[in-house]
Design a protein around this ligand. Structure first.
Ligand code: NAP
Length: 644
């Protein structure tokens, strides 16, 4: 199904159209494509070299004239390629690929990372993360949820010929990208990386797509892979219980009309996500408010905000997008922000993908794949050094180490550049905790532009009461017509509200007891053949994309299913020792990060006990290696009942 990545649509445009396209294509990915087209790495050995590839910068720090020179050179090569009939070039030799990688990264890329990036780019079109159980009688699987990871599971299971069904509470695919329809909703991970490695989309219209476009992407992928035929929509899993005798899961589902049904499966993949059960804040008398009140993830599009006094409660990633998107419609906007948020400049955040880049993705061999590499490289692991707490650092809690302090200064400077002439607003928007302590927001100035408007007020005081027509703080009453709760999700209530009962009749929620944990974020002792995607310890707060995480998890789950298939059935689970050891290392690592630092007050990264259970502290490359294949010493594989 995946086209060979170096095969592209033939170029039929005349010279001037090609030249014009190349003018706005990404210059680094363009050079990479030229190396593929010509098979000649000479340009990499010339005098023009990228100087750096920093976060949210994609031109390698090249001077304008150097970029012009590279584009001129590329134009000649692309013309010749067109004139030869746009024939698919031969694959590059390994050393040339490595040379190209280092050139683009403006640094030596370590071998382990290079291996990861090569797999992710998949220049050979082999789709190396497919799963294969090598069996004609593979175990049956129930997948819970058809969001990004449930769909991925469905695709991989289908390719492997594993019988499966997906149960989804909504009536369409996409999970968060189906449910969040609020104005301004868009992804804040670069989209050409925030898509499956085996399903690149060369047609994204923006670098950070809006929700409708992402939803369309997932729907198209689902249909292309025929996964829709395996989904039971508008149905929730209420309960699943492990049957030790039968070595299978007994599952109770409830459809939207309330009807219940029973089913069984040898294995379950829970792909319910972390951010889909709205957190409704405990504001006194919230139900006294007379006007519409709705959560960001349950946007009421029947409410016309034009001419209304809107109170936006909460300004994390969702509120931060909603405010600028509605500000021009409303009569007044009150933003109740309990904690200020750090934001990082990103000039592409609301930008359309350049015409040249879109053209190049379709027509230039390797361009799209190496563009993905550029996104990957600048978003991989470098921020981990920024989040590690140096306990001797004198700048605590504003920063947690020297790098964190440098980063903080850069972010403060970004705020100053925008509103340096407004000290009152500056005082309200500069966070008093270290960068990355909470989710870092992508910003092109729209947030402070919104807050600076005459009819907008940022309120930092806590809400103490709600009246019929007003939000009340300790010292003021703020009249409002509509309340938007952008107050986040119950991220720490993993698998809520399902009841999962493992061996011995123990409920997963009781076992976790507020401290959710899984081996590699995927499996748990006494919950045989139960696999989590996007489970505890797998969210990313130091860059990367959760799609990458899900692909690692699914590859791992596929290998576990292959173990089962080879075993002729039975069950697989981690040993208690492997689980305990992993959890200890995971929590130990997290406890040394800013995310767990006491200076971070409210944050969905933190559970009620102050510990962090949602995040991964690992380098992407390490998680990729840990999940490459199940460690036989860390797993117990029980034989099928008949054989035991
Ligand atoms: P969030 O980051 O948890 O933000 C919730 C906001 O509500 C915060 O400002 C929080 O204040 C405030 N809040 C919560 N309870 C409150 C209360 N009782 N009184 C007053 N304020 C209260 O939630 P989110 O904005 O929905 O984002 C959650 C996550 O979803 C993000 O971090 C991201 O991972 C994902 N997301 C991604 C995108 C994207 O890709 N573009 C967009 C939206 C969301 P405190 O900060 O003080 O707790």
């Amino acid at each position: 199904m995946t086209p060979y990545p170096l095969t592209t649509e033939p170029i039929v445009e005349p010279d001037d159209a090609v030249e014009s396209a190349l003018r706005t294509a990404n210059v680094l990915a363009l050079v990479a494509s030229v190396v593929h087209i010509t098979g000649d790495p000479a340009v990499l050995r010339g005098p023009i070299r990228p100087r750096r590839l920093a976060f949210n910068e994609f031109d390698g720090g090249l001077a304008e004239e150097d970029q012009t020179e590279l584009r001129r050179f590329a134009f000649g090569a692309v013309k010749a390629f067109r004139d030869r009939g746009s024939e698919t070039p031969s694959p590059l030799e390994g050393p040339v690929v490595r040379e190209l990688m280092d050139w683009l990264a403006a640094a030596h890329v370590d071998d382990d990372y290079a291996e990861l990036f090569l797999e992710e780019m998949d220049l050979g079109g082999n789709d190396p993360r497919r799963i294969d159980v090598h069996s004609t009688t593979p175990p049956s699987v129930l997948v819970i949820g058809c969001g990004m990871s449930g769909l991925l599971a469905g695709i991989r299971l289908k390719e492997a010929g594993i019988p499966f069904e997906i149960v989804e509470k909504n009536d369409d695919v996409g999970g968060a990208w189906y449910e969040n329809t609020y104005p301004g909703c868009r992804v804040d991970v670069a989209n050409h990386y925030y898509c499956y490695s085996f399903e690149p989309n060369h047609g994204f219209s923006e670098y950070f797509s809006r929700q409708p476009e992402l939803h369309t992407y997932f729907r198209d992928v689902m249909r292309r892979h025929g996964v829709d035929r395996h989904v039971r929509w508008r149905t929730e899993v209420e309960r699943a219980e492990w049957d030790e005798e039968g070595l299978l899961w007994r599952i109770t589902t409830r459809a939207l009309d309330g009807s219940r049904s029973e089913m069984t499966a040898a294995a379950i993949i829970s792909a319910v996500g972390q951010l889909n059960r709205p957190h409704i804040p405990d504001i006194p008398n919230l139900d006294h408010f007379a006007g519409p009140v709705f959560h960001s993830a349950q946007w009421d599009s029947t409410v016309d905000l034009r001419g209304k006094r809107v109170a936006l409660i909460g300004a994390g990633a969702s509120g931060f997008q909603i405010g600028p998107a509605i500000v021009d419609d409303v009569e007044s906007l009150l933003v109740f922000q309990r904690t200020a948020q750090w934001m990082i400049p990103n000039r592409l955040y609301h930008e359309a993908v350049s015409a040249g880049s879109r053209w190049a993705m379709r027509h230039l061999p390797g361009y799209a794949r190496w563009y993905r590499f550029l996104l990957l490289w600048q978003a991989t692991d470098k921020m981990l050094d920024v989040v590690r707490v140096d306990p001797t650092w004198p700048g605590l809690p504003g920063s947690v180490n020297a790098l964190s302090e440098r980063f903080r200064q850069r972010l403060v400077q970004w705020i100053e550049e925008q509103i340096g002439d407004n000290p009152e607003l500056m005082a309200k928007v500069i966070p008093d905790y270290a960068p990355l302590g909470k989710r870092l927001l992508q910003d092109d100035g729209s947030w402070l532009g919104c807050l600076s408007q005459e009819h907008v007020e940022l309120v930092r005081e806590p809400i103490v009461d709600m009246e019929e027509h007003a939000v009340v703080t300790a010292d003021r009453r703020y009249p409002a017509d509509v309340i938007v709760l952008a107050t986040g999700f119950r991220a720490n209530d993993f698998l809520f509200p399902m009841e999962i009962v493992g061996r011995g009749g123990h409920s997963l929620h009781d076992v976790w007891n507020g401290r959710p944990a899984a081996y590699l974020g995927i499996t748990m002792p006494d919950f045989p053949n139960f696999f989590l995607m996007f489970g505890p310890g797998t969210n990313l707060a130091h860059a990367g994309s959760v799609i990458f995480q899900s692909e690692c998890q699914m590859r791992y789950i596929g290998a576990c299913l292959a173990l089962l298939a080879r075993n002729g059935g039975g069950s697989v689970e981690p040993t208690a020792a492997a689980f305990d050891d992993y959890v200890e290392r995971w929590q130990n690592e997290l406890s040394q990060t800013v995310w767990a630092h006491p200076s971070i007050g409210h944050s969905w990264y933190k559970a009620a006990d102050g510990c962090v259970y949602v995040l991964s502290p690992w380098r992407l490359v390490d998680y990729w290696k840990m999940t490459a294949t199940p460690d036989p010493t860390a797993h117990i594989v029980h034989p099928p009942r008949a054989a035991s």
